[in-house]
Design a protein around this ligand. Sequence first.
Ligand code: HQG
Length: 179
Amino acid sequence: MDYLKLSKEVSYVLRHAPWEYELELDNEGWVSIAQLIDVLKENSHWENVNEDALINMIESSDKKRHEIVNGKIRALYGHSTPNKINKIPMEPPEVLYHGTAKRFMSSIVENGLLPQTRQYVHLSIDKETAMQVGKRRDNNPMLLVVNSRKAYEDGIVFYHGNDKVWLADSIPSKYITQI
Ligand code: HQG
């Protein structure tokens, strides 16, 4: 089975368009695995999908995008659905990074980091990860450092995404420096 393709499809369902598959995410973004498998199977491409395939998909992925607990599955970050997924506020590391395109910089300097089409701003735990994120939009991306310690102390709320991704509602530009 093509786990990369399956992961993209599952991300699309769980991050962006559950209703297209007649699925409803709960407040934390979970759906039952059985329901997800049922709707995936409606597409002949995924007629052999089962729970083991979803587990293999998660384990073989370059990033931890999804998690399975007690018969349910959810995307850990990336959502654009209208109802904001509840994330638990957590103290972030001292600094976080964000890789972006040069063409967005003037707006980011003016407005800070905004979630744009997603529910949360996505931040990276290290420079390498941030550069990879930025390269999706610019061959020579900008690397931004977020003073998450200071922002947190000032009341900006952060949430844990996965081992490399942190989330925030927005990051005012006074906490951002370019390197
Ligand atoms: C930019 C992928 C103008 C922001 C990645 C980014 C990540 C602004 C773009 C995850 C702005 C939004 C998310 C402002 C932010 N003015 N542009 N004020 N504030 N932006 O894709 O962080 O592989 O929604 O810099 O690896 O690039 O899909 O966010 O360039 O973890 O699992 O607006 O998605 O993960 O782009 O990426 P995105 P992102 P997966």
